[in-house]
Each structure stands twice: as C-alpha cells, then as structure tokens.
Design a protein around this ligand. Structure first.
Ligand SMILES: Cc1cc2nc3c(=O)[nH]c(=O)nc-3n(C[C@H](O)[C@H](O)[C@H](O)COP(=O)(O)O)c2cc1C
Length: 240
C-alpha cells in the first residue's frame, strides 16, 4: 500500500513518516492566508468560504490556521540556510531560524489538505507566501534528488489555491504567460510531489463591480465543486 495515500476519509496516514502502521482518524487541513489587504481581501474571503465548505462536506476535519501577512517567516538568509547547507547552527539566531523552518515543514507534511490564499501581486505571489514556500523546500523532507532527477516526497495531499486577480489572465495565451502565481504554485507543489492541485479563481475583480460579482459567483461554484471531491482522490485512483 502507498503509505501516503488515504484509503478513505476516516483512516489517514499521519503524513510525516513512512511507517504504514501510523494512521490517524481525522483529516488535517491547513488554512493559509497571505493577502495584505485585510477585510477588503478577496482571497481571504475565498479561503474562508473554501474551508467552511470543506469542513461541512468532510465533518471531523481539523483545521490549523496560518496568517502569513501577520506572521511570515523572514526571507531566507545566511542564518536560515542550515537546512540546505547541512551546517550545524552555531548561533541563537541560526537555531531559532532552523526551529522555525522545521515547525513549518512539519506542519505542512502533517496536513492532508492545504487551502492557500494566493492573491496576484505584481504578476506573482506575495513575498510572504514565497518566504513560507522557501522554508518548505527542504531536500529529504519535501523532495529528494535521485540519479533520474528530483522526486517529490509530499505526495498524497490535496492543495486548493484560492486565487484572486485584479485583471483577467486565464482566457488568453498572453495572459497565461504573464501570470507567475497559479503557474508557479502548480510547479512548486508538483515539485513536492503533489498532483492534486485545485484552483478556486476570482479574476477581473479590479474591473468594476459587475466583473467582480461575476468573478465571485464563478469562484463560489468552483468552491462547491472542489470541496465535494474527496482529498487525494487522484492519487488513490492511481494507486488502485
Ligand atoms: C500590491 C498589489 C499588486 C497587484 N498586482 C496586480 C497584478 O500584477 N495584476 C493584477 O491583475 N492585479 C494586481 N493587483 C490586484 C489584485 O490582484 C486584486 O486586488 C486581488 O483581489 C488581490 O487579492 P486580495 O484581495 O486577496 O488582496 C495587485 C494588488 C496589490 C495590492
């Protein structure tokens, strides 16, 4: 049996080890916001709706919350690079940075479902969200290099990205080439081995009230669709 694949929604691997006897009986959801726009934020509205719909559809789900706009890890620096260089921490700052990286990657690995609020800022994601991803990208934890190239180690999870955009990018090749937000997240979660990446998208929210209302209505439909499908569905189907 694939130790990372959930067999159903009440028997789930803990996600942090490869011991096939280590199962728990609830689903763990990590709710992340990264928008800096407070109560006006569209992506925060979408993540809240997505998490509420997920919990309603999958009772018993436990939710952890991380607000990266309020509490983002610092940018990677010489002090926080220990997990990449393998050099032991020799200062208090380095030890604290290592502990933070470890806490964030452990929290991510322990989650079955991750709902990520990802606004489009300057054609990409908020730097706070990038700083979080930089702490997760650890060889031996979320990926490893082999003689055949990189292999993701965090498979079996479901990621739902709540994407908000002022303009419209999805309907033209030119638009798709300009955005480095959804495309980047798909690549980086794919690099971690996650194949089940779903998108809830409200785009064109800066193009007037009618366009914003239409974008929110379309996103609400996607929330219904994406939260009614079980987590890890694709992977379980693959493994079967
Ligand atoms: C700093 C900043 C940069 C932005 N850059 C872009 C952009 O490059 N393209 C775009 O279409 N909209 C851009 N917008 C508009 C946002 O994508 C839009 O307001 C969206 O709702 C942001 O998500 P939020 O409401 O959760 O903050 C930007 C907004 C901000 C605050």
């Amino acid at each position: 049996m694939d130790p990372n694949a959930a067999t159903d929604e009440t028997t789930i691997h803990c996600g942090t080890c490869f011991d096939s006897t280590h199962w728990r009986t609830f689903m763990q959801l990590l709710h992340i916001d990264s928008a800096i726009t407070g109560e006006q934020s569209v992506s925060r509205q979408l993540t809240a709706q997505t998490v509420a719909a997920w919990v309603a559809a999958h009772p018993g789900t436990k939710v952890e919350y991380l607000d990266l706009a309020a509490q983002a890890p610092s940018h990677l620096s010489a002090q926080s690079l220990g997990f990449r260089t393998g050099q032991a921490a020799s200062t208090e700052i380095e030890r604290n940075e290592n502990a933070l990286s470890e806490a964030l990657v452990s929290q991510f690995l322990a989650s079955d479902v991750i709902v990520v609020g990802a606004p489009l800022y300057n054609f990409s994601i908020p730097s706070q969200l990038k700083a979080w991803i930089d702490r997760l990208a650890q060889a031996g934890r979320t990926f490893k290099y082999t003689d055949k190239g990189a292999v993701g180690l965090a498979g079996g999870k479901t990621v739902i990205v709540a994407s908000s955009r002022g303009g419209v990018y999805s309907t033209s090749e030119g638009g798709q080439a300009m955005e480095h937000q959804e495309s980047y997240l798909k690549v980086v979660f794919g690099f971690f081995g996650i194949t089940d990446v779903r998108f809830v998208r409200a785009e064109g929210v800066g193009m007037g009230p009618d366009a914003k209302a239409a974008a929110l209505a379309s996103a609400a439909q996607e929330i219904g669709t994406h939260t009614s499908v079980a987590a890890n569905q694709a992977r379980v189907a693959q493994a079967a």
